[in-house]
Design a protein around this ligand. Sequence first.
Ligand SMILES: Nc1ncnc2c1ncn2[C@@H]1O[C@H](COP(=O)(O)OP(=O)(O)OP(=O)(O)O)[C@@H](O)[C@H]1O
Ligand SMILES: [Mg+2]
Length: 473
Amino acid sequence: MDYARSGDTCLDAVLQGGIPSGSAVVLEGAPGTGKTTLAFQFLHYGAVQENEPGIYVTFEELPDQLYQDMGAFGWDLRELEKRNLLRVMCMSPKLFIEQISKAGGLVEHVIQEMRCRRLVVDTISLLRFEAEELGAYRKLFYSLRNALRKFGITALLLQETDSSEADRIPIENYVSDGVIRLSLKCHMENYRKRTLEVLKMRGSPILEGEHHYKITDRGIHVVPSLSSVQDKLQDIGQPVKTGFPKLDRLLFGGIPTGSSFLVDTNSKANYKYFIASIITEHLKAGFRVIAFINSLSTLEDMVTKYRLFGVDLIREVREGRFYIIEHYGRSYPADLQPSIIDVSHTDPQSFQQILKDRLGPVISESTANGDHWFAYYDLNSVFSQQGIDFVRRFYSEEMSIARSVGLTVVALCNFAEIRSDLASYLERSSNGVIRTWVDGGYQYMQLVKSPYSVISEPLIAVNIPEMPYMKLV
Ligand SMILES: Nc1ncnc2c1ncn2[C@@H]1O[C@H](COP(=O)(O)OP(=O)(O)OP(=O)(O)O)[C@@H](O)[C@H]1O
Ligand SMILES: [Mg+2]
């Protein structure tokens, strides 16, 4: 099935893909719940990201205020109109009804002229006054529905909910293909919460339940509810904590077993404790670990760092639970040698062959016995030692091996140093992406992609004196 994506990845996750293309969906809510905002988010995203021109029909007098309000979300409607990707049509409900149901009418003309794919009516509540009685209104609504269907347009029909009519299901909800409800409810006495619920979506599965949403300065952002995504969690694998409660909550427990995460960083950002905490939690959960050691740190440094986390690294290495990938030909104590994988002075082919020969048999034997593995790749080292072109091939092969054996992967990579096509490839082939950067005196971290489409605001990473030595606020 084809979906029209909404402009919010989390709403698309709730809709399990987006709004089914060609359907007419009622978006209902009380005044101020964000109907107009979500409608323009949908049109703007379609126009800019999907090259799907859209029409916004309003029955209000053309308000300059509207352009200004939507501009505050970063959506330049006038510019889209200039590019023929958007048309704001301001007309009376009467004229709209006359024109939409008429072949060759004004609305049809504009739809064809701009190859319109998305349409919004703000609000259909006003159409009711055009019909003398309910039967006539029902007919009128059917003809609107049929006209949209004729053009295969995906439509959002905004509807005001009236609390005095809470018990009555409006006929629009029967006739339309779907219903999304925005509500503002009391929450724990003193608070109010905004919730979004999909009441109906023909021919498409949905994540049931009431989901929180926020109105941010980039538009509507839905936070899918925990209970509805937990079922899906089972498919991906049990989550393993990262050690950072805030991040673990966003990830519904932690990094799912068998998933791959990318940490986009740069040399100024201090991610050392971040990675050490993730690896420690995996060791505590019984995972066996493969980790790159970079040019700046020595085994002694690592031992000291992991001791802070209560891990005896030497013992882990000696007992074959912690493998180290060494790029720089440094020497290690003899009894650790079996767990050191020396890839210094290798060309790309032998690099991969060495990893395969050394780790392949161990991993397949132990996964057969029920062991789990965690790999930490420092792609920056691979870039510098094997070249950037190698990384794409290497990473996609590693990922397919990882998937086949259920290996969890966290890879470090400095996006600023690689081509944007490679960066977006790496991003696409990962289940999660965490960005870190330094600005002024602060270090930031942001979850920008995750298995359940939850993204976070930029979080500030502050150092703390106790484990895990860093806190996200
Ligand atoms: N950056 C922002 N952060 C938080 N809230 C915002 C922001 N910008 C606008 N809002 C809020 O969003 C709401 C506007 O929503 P919108 O106009 O889309 O609602 P609506 O359902 O179309 O309302 P109406 O029925 O009155 O047309 C207002 O309550 C406004 O206070
Ligand atoms: Mg509105």
